[in-house]
Write a protein that binds this ligand. Sequence first.
Ligand code: HEC
Ligand code: HEC
Ligand code: HEC
Ligand code: HEC
Ligand code: HEC
Length: 296
Amino acid sequence: MMLLRLVLVLTFLAVPLLSYGQKAKTIDELAKMYDASRCKTCHAEIYAQWEKSHHARPLMGVKGGLMLTPLALKKGEKGSTAFSEDSPGKMTIKNYPCFKCHLPQAVTSAEDSVAVELTEALLAKDAAKVGKLQITCIVCHHDKAIIHKRELGAPEKGVLYGKRDIPVHMDSTFKTVKKSAIFKDSVFCGQCHGLGPNLEFDQAFQCANLYGSYLHNYVSGGGTQSCQDCHMKNGDHLLAPNWNDDKASSELLAKAITLDVQTLGYEWLQKAGTLIPKVVVNTKITTSAGHRIPDG
Ligand code: HEC
Ligand code: HEC
Ligand code: HEC
Ligand code: HEC
Ligand code: HEC
């Protein structure tokens, strides 16, 4: 009996907090599953850039705005949405269709209890808790690395994906890096940066459409650069614009947008002795972006 108990205790201890394939029940469990803080030890510069990027705070909005709050409000309350429920306990992952792009790991790896906890945190304006949910290195370099899963299979356990094969990678969990077919292509970003309205939900809505405008305006007009060419020069993971940094954003916009103004002033001789001043103003605004701006 004693031996059996010991064996049972040992088996229990040997089971990790969350085994592969099991879903997270709390925000902390989900954050831990996708935690990439250890990548900092060896990829310090990239980590520092990512930490300042919007991908590191996808539920926080610009300047800590907690922009998912309207969904958390009570159904019918002023400012609530069609996805709101009459109590936080009824919220599920499906009530946050935003997760498709703002937190894809919630769709694949979280129980509905995470949606309940998030709703309570949003209502309590608990920014520290909401801020734990991020598009980490693992979301991009693992979960989002393969789009042809029927042919290529799902991303493999213990494997990261990047631009090339690295048979021995020194991380404790991801011991190999494999070449992803899409990492250099705009379609990689297009998975989240939107083609148009999200029509697959029972309540259609629109958020980011930038990939649609890139394909149907920029590429079809002869544009040749990828998102990565313009936004990730030398592997830059800040992926500017960072709207929380006003100075850098206005410098970027000043470089990206040109305004050409031509004016003609004249006087119109309406009738003898009556001159009416007139002005013609021609303005031309051009942008070097590979898509519509603003978006989102
Ligand atoms: C102990 C150090 C170490 C840790 C920890 C580590 N890496 Fe690496 N990683 C490296 C080294 C070194 C290389 C380059 C290997 C080479 O050039 O052969 C690399 C390469 C990579 C590449 C491939 C880059 C390319 O050229 O395409 C990716 C992606 C990557 N790491 C992501 C991560 C992520 C994400 C984490 C955290 C989950 C992580 N690494 C943790 C050391 C580390
Ligand atoms: C198709 C993917 C997608 C879906 C679905 C989506 N978003 Fe977004 N959203 C984005 C991307 C990408 C950006 C940032 C880039 C941009 O604005 O072009 C963004 C930006 C935003 C912004 C402006 C920036 C900010 O952080 O304040 C808000 C607010 C926002 N989303 C709210 C939502 C809400 C609420 C939902 C769910 C009802 C949602 N989004 C669903 C992809 C999506
Ligand atoms: C939004 C998605 C996304 C996130 C988040 C992300 N990466 Fe990347 N990463 C990419 C893409 C795309 C490339 C290839 C860029 C290019 O074409 O040069 C890349 C390239 C790299 C490279 C190779 C850089 C080089 O110069 O060749 C390393 C190493 C890397 N990432 C590590 C990380 C680490 C570590 C993190 C987390 C701190 C991280 N990435 C987060 C998308 C992402
Ligand atoms: C997993 C989904 C996902 C992927 C993949 C992804 N993004 Fe994003 N990206 C987002 C979301 C969500 C935001 C907005 C976060 C927020 O609300 O602040 C964002 C924000 C940005 C921003 C900041 C500007 C803004 O308006 O928020 C830029 C620039 C950007 N992404 C470019 C890229 C590029 C380039 C790639 C491909 C290399 C890429 N992203 C891949 C989801 C993604
Ligand atoms: C030819 C270069 C170029 C290409 C290609 C390009 N971008 Fe941009 N992008 C820019 C510039 C420049 C800005 C800043 C100008 C601005 O926001 O007014 C920008 C701004 C953005 C923003 C902020 C949008 C906003 O509301 O102002 C996002 C998000 C973004 N890009 C994502 C992407 C994604 C995703 C792709 C690929 C589908 C892409 N970009 C392709 C140059 C480019």
